[in-house]
Design a protein around this ligand. Sequence first.
Ligand SMILES: [Zn+2]
Length: 369
Amino acid sequence: MKKILKKLFYVKHSGHHTIVRILGIRIKYKTKQSHYVDTMPFLQEIHDYLSQNTNGFFLLNRGLQLDDNKRQLRDQVNNKMASNEYKTVPNKCLCGADNDEIIAVRDRYGIKINTVICKNCGLVRTSPYYDEESLGKFYNIEYRSLYTLCNNDFDLFFSNQCSIGEKIINNLKKCTKFSPKNKNVYEIGTGMGGILMPFMNLGAKIKGVDLGQEYINIGKTKGLDLEVGSLEVLKQYPKADLLILNHILEHIVDPITFLTQCRDILDDEGLVYIGVPTLEMIGPIYENNIFAYLQNAHVYDFSTGTICYVLECAGWSPLHVISDQGVVIAKKTNKFRKRTDIDAGHYEYALNYLKQVDKLFFNGVIKHD
Ligand SMILES: [Zn+2]
């Protein structure tokens, strides 16, 4: 049986190309250095899946480049999931529907986790997702080493954060009248607080919170006002004029409740600045590679449409959307959109977008023998 399978499914590397053969279909595509994850162990899975579902996307050697250490961490996570040490639980869609379609069964590391799209509202998410205890363990044990691109170079990480802070200031300047001087600018999930640095330099009264003690300590040595914790910590301070949530919402299981609670720490005229990786960034930022984008730590893969939906359900009104950066600037309102009030047609939009980038990635190189 194994011999037959090997004839029907194979992966070959030649120079800068990868050739994958699945039954009668031969796929040849350029392999970049950043594409690495082995497809071979997953071919049976691809076949099983293809026979059931036509809206699936496959890793096919285009995940992230993994060194030996990261490979070992990937296998460790997969083994822990297989043995139920890392438990997953159903993650029901925010719209309340129970009508999902699986679109990927691996992430960019080759971790075996399902990405689904809700056929009702079009929200793309990970389901089932880790339970709280397993997630805590994963963040403590594997997350940072697996995900870090800076190889624990804290100075590089901090200066990258500072550049993001400057970009946020520019975006705010372009889109709003917001000026940091004397304003209360807070950030949840601040890491080392580098994003807040340029705000502080422009005279803002900054506060950053993060659950990671180590990062907070490093940020404090740079003169930043940081504390270990989350939203609760910020409640004891004056109301914020600006709250920054950069790349944290996609990690939160119930982002609507979280964003609703965030209203409490904001001034009535306050703004929230959201940055999330969106589906629309797969084209321009991830070079059409869905598997440079999908990652097991993300509960949600928002689009600009679904991030606005989530904000409106939580009592925020989006003022500016910068689609190719995954940025939304919103203001506090007293209106709460109903979760059942979904955008009709968003399912088709999201799925078509993914199909389009997937096609562009392979760029017409799929050949039938
Ligand atoms: Zn839904």
